[in-house]
Design a protein around this ligand. Structure first.
Ligand SMILES: Cc1cc2nc3c(=O)[nH]c(=O)nc-3n(C[C@H](O)[C@H](O)[C@H](O)COP(=O)(O)OP(=O)(O)OC[C@H]3O[C@@H](n4cnc5c(N)ncnc54)[C@H](O)[C@@H]3O)c2cc1C
Length: 356
């Protein structure tokens, strides 16, 4: 459930419910009493309601990864772990040679899916991906007495107003926060030994966001923190992923800049497979297409947008909202004139465009 604590978000939820309906998905708007009844850890103080998605859920990412790997192997794939790619060479017939620590691999097609290290692989091919990684942190609490002996788990909660999410993890809670005081990761290069690794804990960064979260989940005041997880997540200049054909290159593909890869990775994998096998997908994929972002999205612009998107991760885009970071990136010749006349501007691929 998504907690709604201000009227703008209640209004937005009506819009989201109707968009979801058009997509064949049923969301409900719960009143505060029903929200608290479904998740008794949530305080109803100041709560205006909650958006309920009956199909939402969570999955153990390690087990998901193993399940995908097992199925891929069964379908004939070979997986080489701990085998860093050190270079990529394309032969005249478009075939690739993938250079690795353990020797070369010949490949007809290459898919770059390098997570927060995509900048390094891009550097090998002279491709600048508009991707910057942000550190993201969650903490796990000690056991919460109210959860002991409870049948089933309490529903997962996201809060677009106070920028946090929480779900039950054994008898405690996992609480993740999208803090305002956020940090980029790896902009000066990444240690080659940073593999399956985490960043140092930095709970102080989360403190300014904590007070409203503790008020919403009073049980947090009575238990300690068991552990903290802080890791990098890739962010793209316009907050969407980069999935599809690499423009201007043959037999080269991308699934990069994926922020919620546990939730969305399966779908992107399916789309990419359809593109590679059939040349197109069953869906309109323009919002994922690499051609939608052009070279104006340099490192500085992408970093500014990554920070802005991170801070707004759970906030819904309101109608006519064009967020300010990195603007103006590209202006048409009439921009100063229109500006002097008080025009309002929106953004399309970096261009400032009068909006109404
Ligand atoms: C704290 C935290 C919480 C998160 N919570 C959620 C969540 O609740 N839901 C959700 O959906 N997502 C969540 N995510 C994000 C999710 O983990 C990522 O979106 C997802 O892992 C991205 O998948 P990927 O395959 O694009 O990149 P990665 O998982 O980073 O995989 C990239 C792979 O490429 C390999 N690689 C890189 N460079 C090379 C090279 N030169 N040679 C060979 N291999 C290379 C890496 O070793 C790695 O295995 C969270 C992330 C963090 C850090």
């Amino acid at each position: 459930m998504r907690l709604l604590t201000d009227q703008d978000n209640v209004d937005a939820s009506h819009h989201i419910i109707s968009v979801a309906k058009g997509l064949g998905i049923d969301f409900d708007l719960l009143d505060p009493a029903e929200a608290v009844r479904r998740n008794p850890l949530v305080s109803g103080d100041g709560l205006l309601g909650a958006l309920w998605d009956d199909l939402d859920g969570d999955i153990d990412p390690a087990q998901l990864c193993q399940a995908l790997a097992r199925r891929a192997r069964k379908a004939g794939a070979e997986i080489n772990r701990n085998c860093p790619v050190t270079g990529l060479t394309q032969k005249p017939g478009n075939e690739w040679i993938v250079h690795t620590d353990r020797g070369d691999i010949a490949a007809e097609h290459v898919v770059i899916a390098a997570g927060y290290r995509v900048g390094e692989i891009g550097g090998m091919l002279d491709i600048g991906y508009p991707v910057i990684a942000m550190e993201h942190m969650y903490f796990l609490t000690e056991d919460i007495p109210d959860l002991a002996g409870r049948e089933g788990r309490v529903p997962m909660v996201r809060c677009p107003c106070d920028s946090f999410y929480t779900r039950q993890e054994r008898q405690g809670l996992l609480v993740g926060i999208y803090e305002h005081n956020c940090r980029t990761f790896g902009m000066d290069g990444i240690d080659p030994d940073f593999v399956n690794a985490l960043c140092p804990d930095d709970l102080d960064r989360l403190l300014p966001r904590m007070a409203p979260i503790f008020e919403r989940l009073p049980c947090l005041g009575n238990v300690g923190i068991r552990s903290v997880v802080n890791g990098p997540i890739a962010y793209v200049a316009d907050a969407g992923p980069l999935v599809g054909k690499q423009p201007g290159r043959r037999n080269l593909w991308s699934t990069n800049g994926i922020r919620v890869g546990i939730g969305e990775g399966g779908g992107y994998g399916k789309m990419l497979a359809q593109m590679m096998v059939h040349g197109e997908t069953e869906w309109d994929t323009w919002q994922l297409d690499l051609r939608r972002i052009t070279s104006f999205a340099n490192t500085e612009y992408t970093a500014l947008k990554a920070v802005e998107d991170y801070r707004h991760q759970f906030r819904w885009h309101m109608p006519h909202e064009h967020r300010p970071a990195g603007r103006p990136a590209k202006t048409p010749p009439l921009y100063p004139l229109l500006q002097a006349k008080g025009a309002a501007f929106g953004v399309v691929n970096g261009w400032e465009r009068t909006s109404f």
